[in-house]
Each structure stands twice: as C-alpha cells, then as structure tokens.
Design a protein around this ligand. Structure first.
Ligand SMILES: [Zn+2]
Length: 300
C-alpha cells in the first residue's frame, strides 16, 4: 500500500504540465515544436512556409509552395491512433516522471484508457526509444561484457528456460565511467546452451560499435577475473527494474524493455530533460501498428 501511494505521488503533475494537458491545442503546439524544431519544413518540396488549416480536430499544414498537406501527427508514432493528444501527452509525462517504470495496467488506470490502448501506447513509446538507440553507435573507449536476464543464479552450463543471455556494452569516458549503454539479447543462433559462440560478440561489435573504435575490449567468459563489474551491475539493475515494474518479461518483447531501461539510463547520464526528448523521439519515429508490433517485435 505504501508503495502504491509513493507511485501515485510520483505521477502527480506540476501546474505547468496540467496547463499543457488542459487542451488539445496546447498539446498540438508542443508537438509542432517537437516535430519541426526549426519551424515547418514541407516533406515534399522542402519549402519553409505553410498555411495552417484548423477545421479538423488536429491542424493540417498546407505547403504554400506545392500545396502538399501534412497533418501534425503524420509520420509520427501518433499517426493512426484514436487516442487524442492529451491522453498521449499524459502518458508521456507519466513515463518521464517515474524512474521505476509504469506498466499497462497502471497506465490505463492513470489516464483512463483501456488496457489494450495503454499497452499499445507504451510499446509505441518503446519503439520510438529503440529507433533512436539504433541511430547511436558505441564509440571511443568501448567495453562489452556478457550478462544474463531472468535466472542469474544458474551455475550449470545448460540454459534454464527463463534465462536469457545478454551482451551489455558501453562507451566510457576518460574516468572509466559509462556515458552510453546498450543491453542486447543474444540471438539463439549465437548460443551453444547458454555459452556465447565467438560470433555472438562479433555480431554485437559489428552492429553496435563504431567501426573505427580501436580501444575495445569484450569479455564473454562467465568467470573471467577481467569481467567489467560496472557493466554487470548495470545489467543486473536492468533485470531488477524490469521485474519490479513489469513482473518479468518473456523473450518476445524483452529487447523493447531493455531498450527502455537503457534510454532512461543514457538520458540520466546526459542530464537531459526526458519529457521533451521523448516527445521528439515520438515525433521522429515512423508510425507503427498493433499487428506490426506483435508480428515484428523489437530485436535490436
Ligand atoms: Zn511543398
């Protein structure tokens, strides 16, 4: 009960945030600034001026040169959603203001939507986070370590059914502190039991590390004395965070939750304002539908 109260308090919004949520227009203005931070730019011809057409629920922008019309939510994760922007922004504010994560049951109660709508909103937000992460490579001083999610105290070489081997990699600053972290599920084809094949770390390096990086070390032996304890501790905390907020996650959507954890952590390292940044990510990520999220879950 005490925990429930703490969480509710954490989701309490400031006057300024309540003001933002007070109308669809104020949310639309905020989204405009996130989508076009340097002002309108026509997606068709690049022209910088548009007429605003306000006869619909959400404004439509018509390029004054080529007359191409683009709605505010076109080409964003909000496209095709039946929820109004106020619900979306309420969800984004709550996601931004809780460090412990929020699950779909809690979100549906907090903003007054169905469980399915809340689930979809959270997955779309994670999708936007994953897209942003895909555009950032580890670079500079890079360290990688194997880790695991789900059943960490299994000393056997055989993989427990709930155990998911991971690779955690980080860019470090000169003091050896992580400044950007990625935690990725190891695909089954890169495993022998739960032991990583050499191709596993090769694949991680090819996919997630800047090619010119020359200060790179990867430790995959489970009992090596050279393991990077800081990285192991981050992977352990990610697992605890997922289990606390979401009560454990199966392999299908695990990567999306790991990306959410890393996105929050990386923003924390940078001291960024998470709400504004999240809105920008959501405005920059292409639309995705429920069937697509189910059929093609995030894998990287
Ligand atoms: Zn145009």
């Amino acid at each position: 009960m005490a925990e429930e109260r703490t969480k509710t308090a954490e989701w309490t919004l400031s006057e300024e945030q309540l003001q933002l949520l007070s109308s669809e227009e104020s949310c639309a203005d905020f989204l405009f600034a996130a989508k076009w931070p340097d002002g309108f730019r026509c997606a068709h011809c690049g022209h910088l001026h548009a007429y605003k057409i306000t006869t619909r629920r959400l404004p439509l922008f018509e390029c004054s040169s080529c007359h191409y019309q683009e709605s505010l939510i076109a080409n964003t994760i909000f496209e095709g959603s039946r929820s109004d922007l106020r619900k979306w922004f309420h969800a984004l504010l709550i996601v931004s203001h809780t460090t412990c994560g929020i699950n779909a049951v809690q979100l549906s109660e907090a903003i007054g939507v169905t469980y399915k709508t809340a689930w979809l909103m959270l997955h779309k937000i994670r999708y936007a986070m994953s897209k942003a992460d895909a555009g950032t490579m580890l670079s500079g001083i890079v360290r990688i370590n194997s880790a695991s999610y789900g059943h960490p105290h299994n000393p056997s070489v055989n993989r427990h059914i709930q155990e998911q081997p991971l690779l955690v990699g980080a860019s470090l600053n000169a003091e050896g502190e992580p400044v950007y972290v990625k935690i990725k599920r190891v695909p089954d084809e890169h495993l022998q039991g739960k032991v990583l094949k050499p191709i596993g770390s090769q694949h991680f390096i090819e996919q997630y590390v800047e090619p010119k990086t020359d200060d790179l070390e990867s430790i995959t032996a489970r009992f090596s004395s050279r393991r990077f304890q800081r990285l192991l501790s981050i992977a352990k905390k990610a697992g605890q965070w997922i289990n606390t907020a979401y009560h454990g996650i199966g392999p299908k959507h695990l990567q999306a939750y790991l990306n959410e954890y890393c996105c929050r952590l990386n923003l924390d390292f940078q001291g960024g304002a998470i709400f504004r940044y999240l809105t920008q990510l959501c405005a920059a990520a292409a639309p995705i539908t429920y069937p697509q999220l189910i059929r093609f879950p995030t894998t990287s």
